[in-house]
Design a protein around this ligand. Sequence first.
Ligand SMILES: Nc1nc2c(ncn2[C@@H]2O[C@H](COP(=O)(O)OP(=O)(O)OP(=O)(O)O)[C@@H](O)[C@H]2O)c(=O)[nH]1
Length: 363
Amino acid sequence: MEDDDECPPLAVELPRETPSPPPAGTSSDSPVGVTVITGYLGAGKSTLVNYILSAQHGKKIAVILNEFGEEIGVERAMINEGQGGTLVEEWVELANGCVCCTVKHSLVQALEQLVQRKERIDHILLETTGLADPAPLVSILWLDDQLESSIRLDSIITVIDAKNFRLQIDEHKNSSSFPEAFHQIAFADVVILNKIDLVEDSLEDLERQIHGVNALVTVVRSVRCQVDLNKVFDQQAYGSKNSSQLQELLEYSKSVPPNLRHDNSISTLCICEQDPVSLAKVESWLEDLLWERKSDMDIYRCKGILHVHNSDQVHTLQAVREVYEVLPAREWSKTESRTNKIVVIGRNLDINILQDSFSHCKH
Ligand SMILES: Nc1nc2c(ncn2[C@@H]2O[C@H](COP(=O)(O)OP(=O)(O)OP(=O)(O)O)[C@@H](O)[C@H]2O)c(=O)[nH]1
């Protein structure tokens, strides 16, 4: 049970506008998508939230802020509440603590409060404070029993300050450590490479560095986070529907040059195996890797499709740190070749160990 002494989240009602009908393809009981926004201090997270709130997208959006002690209220004051666009319906600040530990209870409560409202919210933005490792947060949003089917984690967006990122990389070039920002890239589904107006030389190198860490991430360049909002909403990065997109990303990941990998840094690898696998064996393989940590590998994120023995369904695999999920997604089409492909993002990855241990999952 969580600590009940925590202050309940503060919800601020804002004036209402005429409610808009739910966007096409949504129903009042489908889960509300949550986008987590991470990024270093000053990268442009609030700028992104402001941009989303003032854009014309016809969605009702709620924002949850995670702030520390004295900052409370400052961040809130700096957000323009839906100027010229759809209104922010509710605002919840999570006080005193890091979202991944002390305020878990408040976060769940805040989310419940939002989704139980009579008027439907279409999307929730969760802006975090410089969180280096969003994995615990992801597991709350993804798997919390209390929230069950009322919300779904849609994607993690990491905002990067292009200028500072370049400096960080240069600083770490000759050391065995790696830029902290790499962590956030490893977990991201979308990276917004922001402040490109401040970078004079080529951005391709920076993008390659980002893809060297996480070959699956979509990189969008921006000035003041003015991005195509289709890249923000409905990414379904944790759902089972994106397996066809995964295929494309996998193809792309093969084209990322291996020389962009730092030795003991974070990288992406792909395990491929044609033969059908046993679901139980895959689960115990994952548990060995993610829970028992039998090797030196530190795995942050896995995404993949599985060809399961005796099943006509494509199974999707998702893992964030030690939390994983394997689910049947859809039927294999007649034209597809049935295969297993798993992308692994983490530190000290060893393709031989991964490939070899996975081969024992064959039926
Ligand atoms: N030149 C330039 N400045 C930008 C850009 N995007 C944001 N800024 C400025 O950068 C500063 C920090 O932006 P914020 O959006 O507050 O950054 P944040 O990540 O929310 O910051 P914290 O809440 O402190 O972590 C502000 O002064 C913004 O106006 C950009 O693309 N180019």
